[in-house]
Design a protein around this ligand. Sequence first.
Ligand SMILES: [Zn+2]
Length: 705
Amino acid sequence: MSSATNGTGSLAASTINRDQNDNPLLKTWTTPFGLPPFSEIEPRHFAPAFEAAMHAHAEDVRTIAENPEAPTFANTIAAMDRSFLPLERVADVFFNQVSTCATPDLQAIERDIAPALAAHSSTIFLNSKLYERIKALYDARAELDLTPEEARVLDRYNTWFIRAGAALGSKERERVAQIDRRLAELATQFNQNVLADEQSWHLPLMSDEDLAGLPPMARANARRAAKDLGLAGDNAHAITLGRSSVEGFLTFSDRRDLREAAFRAWIDRGAGGGATDNSETLAEIVRLRTEIARLKGYPSFADYVLADTMAKSPEAVRGLLDRVWPAAKKRAMEERDALAERARSEGGNFAIQPWDWRYYAERERKVRYDLDEGELRAYLKLDNVIAAAFDTAGRLFGLKFTELPDAPRFHPDVRVFEVTDKDGLHVAIFMADYFARSGKRSGAWMTDLRASHKLDGEPVRPIIVNVMNFSRGSDDEPTLISMDDARTLFHEFGHGLHGMLSDVTYPSVAGTKVARDFVELPSQLYEHWFGEPEVLGRFALHYQTGEPMPQSLIDKLKAAQQFNQGFATVEYTACALLDLEMHALEEQGLFQPAEFERDALDRIGMPGEIVMRHRLPHFTHITGGYAAGYYSYLWSEVMDADAFAAFKETGDIYNPDVAARLKSAIYAAGNSQDPHQAYIDFRGRPPEIDGLLEKRGLVNTESVG
Ligand SMILES: [Zn+2]
C-alpha cells in the first residue's frame, strides 16, 4: 500500500463562493486515493461547479498577467500550469460522465458548457498581457537557467499562445474567440447527433431464421442486448449499432437481407436527414476551421494543425499515405476476387457488396486457415485478456494491479485497481469500463480524472480511465471477446500506461499530452504483446476447460495475420486521406460534405465493395482532437512496428534494458521532450517504415498510380 495525494481539491475550494460549500465537485475529496465522490455528484452540481471554477481560474490568470513583478518562470509559467488544475478537476469528471453515462440532463449541460469553456479558454490564450510575459521569458530563455523540462514547457507555452492567436491584432483575436466558441457548440451537436442515431436504431431478431449463422457467443450477446433494450420475450435478440454488435452480426449472419439493413443503418449514422443529420454541422465546422487557419496565417486548417506535429506538413502526411494507399488497394482487390470466388462456390450469384465483405472474409479465412472466430473467442475470456495486459505491464515495468472492490466508481460496471510499483509504492489508480450500454459514446478511449504532476515537490499520481464497448456475455456465461476486441483492450491500456507511468513535474506536459501523431505509439506498440505466442499460451485459456490455446491454433493465427489486411488498410487509409484533403482545402465557401465525400472517394479510386471505416457524417475523431490528424495511427504505426522490433531483435519480448529505455524515453516522459528526439533516445535512430509495410503484408506489392 502507499500514500496517495489528494489531487488539487483544496486549491479549488479556497477560492470559491461560500454558497457552493455543499457542492461535492468543489470540496476536497476525502475518498480513498482522492477519487471523485461519484455517488454524491448529481447533474445539478456541474453548472455551478464549472461557473465557480472558471471564475476562480480567470481571477488567478488575471493575477498572473497583471503581476507588477518582472516575469519569471515561477510566477508566470509554473503559476499558469497550476492555475488550470481546479477547473480541470471539474471538467474531467463531467466529460467522463457525459461520455459514458449520458442523460438528457447531462447533454443539455454539455451543450451550454462546451461553448462557455471555449470562451473561457479564449480569454486566457488570447490575453495579450499574459502573452507578453511568456514571450519575454521565451526571448530570454538562454539566460534563465531552466531544467530541460522547464525549457520544454516554456517552449510549449510560447507555441500554444501563438497558435491560439495571442500575437494577432485585437480584431482578429475577437473573431478567433467567436469562431472557437461556435466550433465548440458545433462539435457537441455533431457528437450528440451521432449518439442519438446510434441509440435510436436496433435490429430485433425474433425468430430462428433471423438468427441463422450466428454462433452461440454472438447469440448470447444479442440476447443480452435485447434484454438491455427491454424487448419482450425470452427468445428476443437484438443487434445494435455498437461496433462489436454490428460487426459480429455482419461477420456471421447468413441473412444477406438483414446484413444489408444493419450495414446501411450503421454507415448512415449522422446522414439520415432530419434533426440528427450532421451535413450542415460539418459544413460549418470545416468552413470555420479554414477561416481560423487563414486568420492565423496558414493556407489551410491542415497546414495549421500539422505545423505542430511530428509530420509538420500536409505533404509529409501525403507522402506516407500515398506510399500505403496503392499497395493496400491492390491487395484489397485481390481479396475481393477471392471473396467473390468463395461466394460463387457457395451458390452466391452476386457481386460482393460492402455488407458481404466481413461475412465471406470470415468464411474464406476458415477455409484457407481453418481458423474460426468462434473457436478463437472461446479462448478469449475478458478477464484473462485483462490479466494478460496487467502481466505484460508487470514484466516490462514492474507494475502490480490490485482490485479495489469498494472504491468509488462512476458506474456499477466499472472496475477499479490500485497500481503499485515493484517496491509496493503507489503509482496510479486505474478504472476500467468495458461494456457497451445505452448512454455511452461508441468506440474506445483512455482519459484521466486527475493529471499527475510534482508542482509541490510531493508527487500527485493520476487516475486513469479506459472505456470500451464490448458486448457483454449473457448472465450465466463469462464475457468472451474477439481478437479485435483484445487488441483494442491492449491499445487503450497502452494509452493508460502512458498516463500511469508519467513522471514529469509540469501537468501540461504529463502523460498523453503529446503530439497527436506520437500519442498512438505507446498504445499501438502495446498491442504487439498480445499477439505473441508467449502471452497467448499463458492467458488465452479455454473458458470451459481452462486449456491453453493449442499451438496449432496459435500457428494458424500467425499464418492468418495478414489476411484481409488490404481491406483493413483501405478502410482506414480512405478516412485518413479524406480527413487530410477536407482540411487541406484553401477555399471552403461551398463545402458540402456529401458531395465532397463522393468526389474525393472517386478521385482516390475507392473500391465500391469497401466503405470508409468512419464516414464523414459520424467521423467523431475529426470533431475531437484528430482533425487533420487521423493519419496519426499510421504515422505512429511506423514507429510502433519499428519499436517492437527493438525487443524482438534481443530475442526477449520483455528485455529489461529495452523496457527501461522505453519507459524513460517514451512512457514516463510525457511531452517533456521533442517527440522525434524521444524516439531516438529510445531506439538510437529514427524509425524505419519497413516494419509497418511488412506487418501489413504490403511489401511485395508494387506501387502503381
Ligand atoms: Zn489510440
